[in-house]
Design a protein around this ligand. Sequence first.
Ligand SMILES: [Ca+2]
Length: 151
Amino acid sequence: MCAHCRDRVSYLHYYATGDTYNTNYDCSWDNGLVCTTSVNGGTCRDYEVQFKCPAICTCSSCSCATWTSWLDRDNPGGYGDYELVGPTGHNPCSSHEPIDIQCRVRGTNQPWDQAGQVIRVKCTPSEGFACVNSDQPSGYCYDYEVRFLCP
Ligand SMILES: [Ca+2]
């Protein structure tokens, strides 16, 4: 990954702290991280950011991987919320295999594994993500969104 962002004190991953970040400044390689206190109840956590270029190299040069925007191709109506990779799902990296994936409850900073739901396809770059309504005690999945790190 190119940019790592975390709470300087607790070392919580930035998207697990509950703060909201400015659009295009959510731990991006290009812009870094910006948390505006006025939209976060008057305080933001103290963050630290590490930039690292992954080794994606040809014989002559290296380039950085980049995150896609957050993608939401399905809603949890029907059988569940399917954000899978493949012919009938996402093709985020123009037929290159994604390096990494992040999955969260749509429109929030809540990671998929902290949402308290039973997840069928557990947020892997090769498969994607799927939540099946019938796996949930409540009978329904939240709406999730995913983004991919592309070479
Ligand atoms: Ca969705």
